[in-house]
Design a protein around this ligand. Sequence first.
Ligand code: NAP
Ligand code: G4F
Length: 329
Amino acid sequence: MDRKRALITGITGQDGAYLAQFLLSKGYEVHGLLRRSASADVIGSRLRWLGIADSVVLHDGNLTDLSGLLRVMQEVKPAEVYNLAAQSFVKSSWQQPLLTGSVTGLGAANMLEAVRIACPDARFYQASSSEMYGLIQEPVQSETTPFYPRSPYAAAKLYAHWMTVNYRESFGLHASSGILFNHESPLRGIEFVTRKITDGVARIKLGMQDKLALGNMDAKRDWGHARDYVQAMWLMLQQDVPEDYVIATGRTVAVSEFCRLAFEHAGLTMEDHVVQDERYMRPAEVDVLLGNPEKARKNLGWAPETTLEMLVAEMVEADLQRLRHHEHL
Ligand code: NAP
Ligand code: G4F
């Protein structure tokens, strides 16, 4: 029997790599979109870290190029499409607002068009974000909470989110959005605060640096593990009826608390090493995010398996190991 085929955009990112690993374990033939880079050594480093680089099929393409997306869609003919590609770093979105709009916003519309034209029976997942809640309108955010985006990134994601709803309602696509709250892992990009902290802690522990400079330590996030969250993406596409789901842990902590846990895991004291640096502050902040994953629990049978303490420990240990072995990610 033919293996079920999935196409993942953003396969070289954190979630794409974990999702590819998960789908391979389910017996899927996994295809991914790869944007051309002159730095060949960084391409696929996460897929290599998970040991699956040779198990996936990569296709040259870019979210901003609809003609290329149509070609890939026609070649692969996927049963499931996961649109994870984006300019995903919120802070950069103020420096590159139009690029962020093109990739994170219009890029999703390009994907929806490619599916509608070339593969209308494929099931489609859009990577929506809790960042869309921004200046929160309810203390705990669910699928019915109004959005209030606070960054060019969030505004672009909101456009992509509503386009997904629109294509579902207008063209009958099996299109679902996962409104995912922050999720981290050893594969998290080094510029995001959790990985910056665990990498910093590991460097301090190994005597490679002494200080860690951070921005707003009072911001609170609902942090989960990417490995748990990609399973929710898949579950959404297994439902008869496409819908939107909040994926979160239901617990929120401040950046300072994440930091304290990471330093403590390494036997260090945060106050001895952390300094505040204005350069890491944002023009507008999302002060607190806290999700209610009840709908996902009820309809998908999904619940997070990794606690914050387990996540912090795994990330610090991975960074210690990488630095000891002179590996980079
Ligand atoms: P990530 O690690 O930053 O990965 C982003 C991926 O998008 C990379 O594979 C990147 O390729 C690719 N990409 C960027 N621009 C592209 C373009 N123009 N054409 C094709 N590919 C492009 O992000 P992530 O943490 O895995 O997140 C996955 C998705 O979920 C993103 O859409 C993100 O916005 C969203 N999201 C993430 C979180 C979270 O907490 N992680 C929460 C909610 C939503 P390169 O490797 O070449 O850079
Ligand atoms: O780790 P962050 O950069 O993640 P942020 O902005 O919450 O966005 C992430 O989660 C979103 C889901 O809600 C995704 F959609 C998005 O793609 C991305 O994955 O920052 C978290 C918090 C912020 O409040 C920031 O101001 O940490 C604060 N922070 C404090 N010091 C810092 C730093 N953030 C970074 N990146 N670097 C710092 O030094």
